[in-house]
Design a protein around this ligand. Structure first.
Ligand code: ADP
Ligand code: ZN
Length: 725
């Protein structure tokens, strides 16, 4: 047989079938080593045929006779190549843990000990006086699979164990040990489903199309997911459940582990290499039947899918902005079709795009309008900070919020303060000459990190020494810019003295396990206040939190992005949903300098539909999704002139397409909002396409863009971009 292989080399030139022969019979998706020019390369078998048009060489090595890519995912690779020009190899790499490809990780083998004979027989052989030995066999009495030697050695000495092995009473053998990710400890509650939950489960299980589950925060969506999955498993099918990256360490994982035990596998970036590899192998072998993970888990080698659930479907982490760029929903829909499976999108604040599809009947809409605890949604107050700014311009927290926090502390309850900026303050400015420190690689100002005594570029990560005086005019009077998490913590400490505060942002969660640690401590009431960035917004279920405060709620509103209203509405609603989730009533304080912006009224009244109507009308007049497909081509290069001239050339080409009647409604070329990043210049071409029948035009655009990718210039396509920088 002839085997077509995609070699593990991410370049466009080599991303094609190379044919090899092999005397052994191999399956599709097997990982092999092949001669490649004058060197050798690893690769994936992606096609099998009778003969080749070329003279073939022999496959040098088969790493693993069991396929690493399942046939469905090979079809997905073709689909992605065809529609988005994503290289085969880039798709294939998403399907396999990198540790596996690099051969840097291996299975972990440990010694296992078990009895070789019935207990009574062993007891007889040992004789009653050898007490320790009797204890050992007693311990192993009903453990048919035996136990790890390392476990046994915690209770007995190796000498004692080995004595029994040499007598032939115990047997030592090597077993593969699966490394398992740790999840938070949480006790399960006994739950009686509400009628709303039962109805939702019923509807989902019988759905003929994608379901949008729109349930307010605290309406018990997780319980619905678990029940749906239980039903699917009973049916002999398997499940994928996706959650935003950050929710993974929270309760949801623990709940799933409690409920489904070994049947679940967890996949996300916080795992160690060994854990990732072992979880992936358990999925491949069919031992794990439910995959819970971040977006990349959609590529898991799980067969016979009965349901795919995407929780918090509006979350931006479902769009990959790194190479290869993909939208998780697109992959999910592909797998839905392949498996004829259910697809459930859940959210308290669905994306405008999804809700639009639910309203026009493309999706089935299931709504849950109240919380399972029967309580009202927490009351939201919008606080106009312009008055405060006059009274006490130095203070970040309003008087009202301060007294609310005080009450919460007295009642021994907890508060969450959300501020979507890390560090101490956004920038420093010289009060005399106006100088603002900027990054040398990027066109952005730096953020002051007081704790680290540094100025940091939040785009490229470059660090600079803190400033004590203006480097231009030597003036020492420097003004802070907008507030960040560090400064909020500082102010809270100044106000309330000896309270316990946890900071939850990118800076405090770098070390493995730190996210889990912070959340667990907060959950166990070891802290009074959790101050954090976006990370505090999502999914958490802390029963004792009764107050949520938001600082600078308008931060994202003027982002020059068509989605900024949507994102702000979602974040404010989600974070409000963290209050009053158990038996105590919750309250929310949202501070803003733009209280008259239309979204605040909708946020305050939990009026998603009102917000949707207004926003969708805006999108319609401005030609943004869901009324158009917006294609952003970002052109990046080291040389300013070269980059801009490539951009203009692309613009001309697309213009010509338009003149030749391609279905393009609008084109714009410009500098990117951040014109220089990581020492690269950035320009963009925005192209508007209609939402139907755009496929051939889009393909043509992809082809033109691909041609720009020369050595010195890179071009990236984002469809309906979530990020406009
Ligand atoms: P959502 O994801 O909709 O915001 P969760 O699934 O986190 O809500 O549920 C909120 C809380 O309600 C959780 O603590 C959960 O255990 C609890 N819960 C869910 N369903 C029920 C029920 N039927 N009865 C009592 N408590 C429930
Ligand atoms: Zn920078």
């Amino acid at each position: 047989m002839i085997y077509s292989v995609i070699v593990d080399l991410s370049t466009s030139d080599t991303d094609k079938y190379y044919d090899y022969h092999c005397d052994e019979e191999l399956s599709l998706g097997v990982f092999v080593k092949v001669p490649f020019g004058r060197i050798t390369k690893d690769g994936f078998i992606i096609d099998i045929k009778e003969k080749s048009d070329y003279e073939t060489k022999e496959i040098l090595k088969v790493y693993d006779y069991e396929p690493v890519i399942i046939p469905e995912m090979i079809r997905l690779c073709h689909y992605l190549k065809e529609n988005y020009l994503i290289r085969y190899i880039d798709s294939l790499r998403l399907c396999v843990p990198s540790e596996y490809r690099n051969g840097r990780i291996d299975i972990l083998v440990k010694n296992n000990i078990k009895l070789t004979m019935p207990y009574e027989e062993a007891e007889h052989l040992i004789g009653i006086r050898a007490k320790k030995q009797i204890e050992i066999i007693e311990y192993l009495k009903d453990k048919n699979d035996g136990v790890l030697e390392s476990e046994l050695a915690k209770l007995f000495t190796y000498a004692q164990i080995n004595k029994l092995v040499s007598k032939g009473i115990l047997e030592k053998s090597e077993v593969v040990h699966n490394r398992q990710p740790e999840v938070a400890n949480i006790e399960s509650k006994v739950i009686n489903l509400t009628d709303a939950q039962k109805n939702a489960i019923e509807t989902i299980l019988n759905a003929k199309k994608t379901v949008l589950l729109n349930g307010v925060t605290g309406s018990g969506k997780t319980e619905i997911y678990m029940n749906v999955i239980e039903n699917i498993l009973k049916n002999g099918q398997n499940a994928i459940m996706l959650v935003p990256e950050i929710s993974l360490t929270t309760q949801i994982m623990a709940l799933f582990r409690n409920r489904f035990g070994k049947q679940i596998a967890i996949l996300h970036s916080g795992l160690s290499s060994g854990e990732k590899y072992d979880e992936w192998r358990r999925i491949r072998s069919g031992e794990a039947r439910i995959v819970v993970g971040a977006r990349s888990a959609i590529f898991a080698p799980i067969k016979n899918l009965g349901v795919i659930i995407i929780d918090e479907e509006h979350d931006s982490s479902y769009v990959s902005e790194n190479n290869p760029r993909y939208r998780t929903i697109e992959i999910a829909k592909f797998r839905q079709k392949e498996n004829n499976s259910l697809l459930v999108l859940g959210s308290a604040t669905p994306s405008i795009d999804s809700y639009y599809l639910a309203k026009n009947g493309t999706y089935e809409l299931v709504r849950l309008t109240s919380r399972v605890n029967g309580m009202d949604m927490p009351e939201i107050t919008i606080k106009d900070m312009r008055e405060q700014a006059k009274l006490n311009p130095k203070s970040v927290l309003s008087q009202d919020l301060v007294s609310k926090i005080d009450e919460v502390l007295r009642r021994k309850e907890q508060a969450i303060i959300y501020i979507n900026r890390r560090g101490y303050s956004s920038f420093l400015r010289c009060k005399k000459c106006g100088y603002i420190p900027k990054c040398k690689n990027c066109d952005v100002s730096l953020t002051y990190h007081k704790e680290k005594k540094q100025l940091i570029c939040h785009y490229c990560g470059e660090k600079y020494k803190e400033l004590t005086a203006c480097p231009v005019c030597k003036n020492t009077n420097l003004k802070d810019g907008n507030t960040g998490t560090e400064r909020v913590v500082e102010e809270l400490k100044n106000l309330f003295g000896n309270i316990r505060i946890l900071r939850f942002d990118n800076d405090t969660t770098q070390r493995k396990g730190s996210t889990n640690k912070i959340l667990t401590e907060f959950r166990q009431n070891k802290a009074d206040i959790l101050v954090g960035t976006q990370m505090v917004v999502k999914g958490h279920d802390f029963p004792n939190v009764t107050l949520v405060g938001v600082i600078d709620a308008d931060l994202a509103l003027y982002n020059n992005n068509y989605r900024c209203n949507e994102v702000t509405f979602q974040q404010l609603t989600q974070v409000s949903g963290r209050a009053g989730r158990d038996s105590k009533k919750g309250e929310v304080y949202i501070q803003t300098y733009n209280p008259n912006h239309f979204i605040f009224n909708f946020v305050k009244n939990y009026d998603y539909d009102g917000f949707y109507d207004k926003e969708v009308a805006l999108r319609e007049v401005t030609d943004f999704p869901p009324f158009s497909l917006v294609v952003k081509v970002l052109v990046v290069g080291k040389d300013r002139n070269e980059t801009s001239s490539y951009t203009l050339r692309l613009y001309d080409t697309i213009k010509e397409m338009k003149n030749n009647n391609a279905c393009i409604t609008k084109i714009k070329a410009s500098e990117a909002p951040i014109n220089r990043l990581n020492d690269r210049y950035r320009y963009q071409v925005m192209i508007w396409l209609p939402v139907d029948n755009y496929e051939s035009t889009l393909k043509e655009i992809y082809t033109h863009v691909d041609k720009i990718n020369t050595g010195s210039i890179s071009a990236f396509i984002d469809i309906n971009p979530i990020n406009m920088i």
